[in-house]
Write a protein that binds this ligand. Structure first.
Ligand SMILES: C[C@@H](O)[C@H](N)C(=O)O
Ligand SMILES: C[C@@H](O)[C@H](N)C(=O)O
Lengths: 162, 162
């Protein structure tokens, strides 16, 4: 079942910003990301899970060099939209299993998660698409995560950075 | 800036399962998704945001026809891993802006979010990759969301289902 996997990608330049306790109604996501794009800040991944009691958390990642600027933009917005607080973490990395049509055949995500567990790497965030299963992890786990994933998916070498 | 967008995709067969209050340590994601893949259940998207006080929520989507089976698998696991509860929602749909290299140029996500806000569609979940910005919304908003997104990104017609 490893035949749909093209390779393992990783990115060491990953900084996460999380806005906590974001009110869950139309316009909130727009009021966070429009100012970021107006400031010319490139956002890599965006993750929002479903709300509980009408509140949710909204996370996004940027390159480390964009963090100060992103926080300067987001800080006032956090108050305007009535969110409870803002956190950021620069000690993260991204590892992805890259393939095609993986969601139509069970087992790829579980293989990735079992593999990270085997090497003691905690999964901080998960986001997926048809061609990519992405986990955000602590940066110190990246090398062992990549080696373990190559072995679990029977691959030779990294396909690419990020 | 619309030039990187290939089209708008949507999927009406979207059922979400959320496991709330999942302990955030290695092995938890594996213990949720291995039984699902052993049962032959195909999972579409998986979303996990970062934890607060060592707890997070883990959501995934399946086709409606797989919900009963997925719940039968996940119900006992919810207790075994010490999660607090389990919810599911079958009234959802997925809309995605599909393109290439969108994360390197700011504005695509904010355009999508502004657009959904304009037609009063609430964004329930967000997940992204380099080639796709995906929002889970309530299914009754799908038609107006698709029309509005085509117009916002100056596109002719749907590229594909899901
Ligand atoms: C939380 C945020 O995504 C909100 N639901 C919105 O539609 O903008
Ligand atoms: C919550 C879950 O992703 C956990 N952090 C794990 O590594 O399995």
């Amino acid at each position: 079942m490893k035949d749909k996997v093209k390779g393992i990608a990783h990115d060491l330049d990953v900084t996460k910003v999380t806005i906590l306790g974001v009110p869950d109604h139309p316009g909130i996501a727009a009021s966070i990301f429009s100012p970021l794009s107006d400031a010319g800040i490139s956002v890599d991944i965006i993750v929002q899970n479903s709300s509980v009691d009408k509140l949710t958390d909204l996370s996004f990642t940027v390159e480390r060099s964009s963090l100060d600027e992103a926080l300067a933009v987001i800080n006032p917005i956090t108050k305007t939209i009535g969110a409870s607080s803002l956190t950021s973490n620069t000690n993260l990395a991204k590892v992805s299993v890259v393939g095609a049509g993986m969601q139509s055949q069970p087992g790829y995500a579980s293989t990735m998660f079992e593999c990270l567990n085997k090497v003691g790497v905690n999964i901080e965030m998960i986001t997926t698409s048809e061609i990519r299963i992405t986990c955000i992890i602590h940066e110190e786990g990246v090398q062992k995560a990549i080696r373990a994933l190559h072995s679990a998916f029977e691959l030779e070498a990294d396909i690419e950075e990020s």
